[in-house]
Write a protein that binds this ligand. Structure first.
Ligand SMILES: Cc1ncc(COP(=O)(O)O)c(C=O)c1O
Length: 420
């Protein structure tokens, strides 16, 4: 008897990409800005290499994705970390349906709704951070944090770190450094000059009194799953606080259970060095675009009360559907936590047993291998969706849904072994 969709092993019925995917990609090519989706068939034609056009997703559940050709894949990315509680998680979908029967949209800063308030209460409970600014994307959360630091300190400068990725809107792009030439290069003239970059896990200015904030990912995600050394990070936070500089953790990747605890900042080694602002997004609502900048009352209240017109808001702020889904996703993360811990330990023993060098924590792993770009394309053709990460593609980033089964992980590791 076959397993339910969501827990299945890959099942491919066409070559990859299949004919339907290719037909959709041809239509996409006519309509989408060419910079968005990598369409490699055209490049392949000129280079004489394999056709690596992407597949087109039709349906997803748990850790499985079905493409428009009917091929079943295992998604080891959880859709950029979003589907942490599994694609189309039952509880998240139920919450969305229930909410859509009563209220799809309220009015941001003008008129709230109960779900948005319950969500912020839940976020305060799990993070210990009493205030929040909601947003629609990771970039929104980082922008809210940068503005909050400005309001709290009357200073402009931000200290960020090399190889960091904070999003591509202008605020976060100014602070990002990952593949800087590519992402920032064309926009240099439009980016602020208020950001300085120091070395991640290395030297930074010993006097931070001129900085509004330090902005850091506790584990660099897109930059290659590079964890900050805890002792280094502790000292950095303490130096920042000594100089009355706000500490912003970008936990858009690491938050919502990804490291095995609610947030990476709750690691015991950081007990006496805590951030003032924490950005979350991605996994927060299991598939709805919603994010938050969480903060201490002390720092967040520096904004002062609204004077009638909010100076920081957006049309979809605190969307009721997203808030309802986030509440459900957070409950699911709580429920899955014990299982995740055991699965993470087992996964680490499997990495060891098979001789892989990895870095990360919980359910966020970078598998260090050569030429992971080619490897990820080969894995795709075997039914495993996984992305390379790092400026030189030095790791395969394993950010699977927490619901992935051990059998699915074994399938992936066996496929990887075979490609070595
Ligand atoms: C650490 C981190 N910060 C910010 C972002 C940007 O989030 P978004 O793409 O939702 O704007 C990302 C996205 O990958 C991220 O990994």
């Amino acid at each position: 008897m076959s397993l339910p969709f969501g827990t299945q092993l890959p099942h491919l019925i066409t070559s990859i990409p299949g004919p339907q995917s290719q037909a959709w990609i041809d239509r996409l090519a006519l309509r989408e800005c060419p910079a968005i989706t990598a369409r490699r068939a055209r490049r392949a034609q000129s280079l004489g290499t394999a056709n690596d056009d992407p597949i087109v997703w039709q349906e997803a559940k748990g850790a499985n994705v079905r493409d428009v050709d009917g091929n079943v894949f295992i998604d080891l990315t959880a859709g950029f970390g979003v589907a942490a509680v599994g694609h189309r998680n039952d509880k998240v979908v139920e919450a969305m349906k229930r909410q859509s029967d009563i209220l799809l949209h309220a009015m941001g800063d003008a008129f709230a709704d109960p779900k948005r308030i319950e969500l912020m209460e839940k976020l305060a409970e799990i993070s210990g951070l009493d205030r929040a600014i909601l947003g629609c994307s990771g970039s929104d959360a980082v922008e809210a944090a940068i503005k909050t630091a400005r309001m709290a300190t009357d200073r402009d400068k931000i200290l960020a770190f090399d190889n960091s990725y904070h999003g591509l809107a202008f605020g976060p792009l100014s602070a990002s450094d990952y593949k800087s030439e590519m992402f920032r290069g064309p926009f240099k003239g439009q980016l602020g000059s208020h950001v300085e970059h120091a070395t991640f896990n290395g030297e930074y200015p010993k006097d931070l009194t001129e900085f509004a904030a330090i902005l850091i990912e506790p584990i660099q995600g897109r930059g290659g799953v590079r964890p900050a050394d805890k002792a280094w990070l502790r000292e950095l936070i303490q130096t920042a606080h000594r100089d009355e500089c706000v500490v912003i953790f970008d936990e858009i990747y690491t938050g919502c259970g990804r490291t095995g605890r609610w947030f990476a900042f709750q690691h015991p080694d950081l007990a006496d060095a805590q951030p003032d602002l924490v950005c979350i997004g991605k996994a927060m609502a299991g598939g709805f675009p919603i994010s938050a900048c969480l903060g201490t009352a002390k720092v967040m209240d520096a904004w002062g009360a609204s004077k009638g017109e909010s100076i920081h808001t957006q049309t979809f702020l605190g969307n009721p559907t997203g808030s309802a889904m986030a509440l459900a996703a957070l409950c699911e993360i709580e429920r899955l936590q014990p299982e995740l811990e055991a699965k993470s330990r087992w996964l680490q023993s499997e990495f060891n047993r098979r001789g892989y060098t990895v870095r990360g924590e919980g359910f966020l792993w970078g598998i260090q291998l050569a030429d992971t770009l080619t490897l990820s394309r080969k894995l795709m053709k075997l039914g495993y969706i996984i992305l390379p990460a790092g400026p030189n593609c030095e790791v395969l980033a394993l950010t699977a849904p927490y619901t992935i089964t051990r059998e699915q992980l074994v399938g992936f590791l066996d496929a990887l072994d075979e490609l070595q």
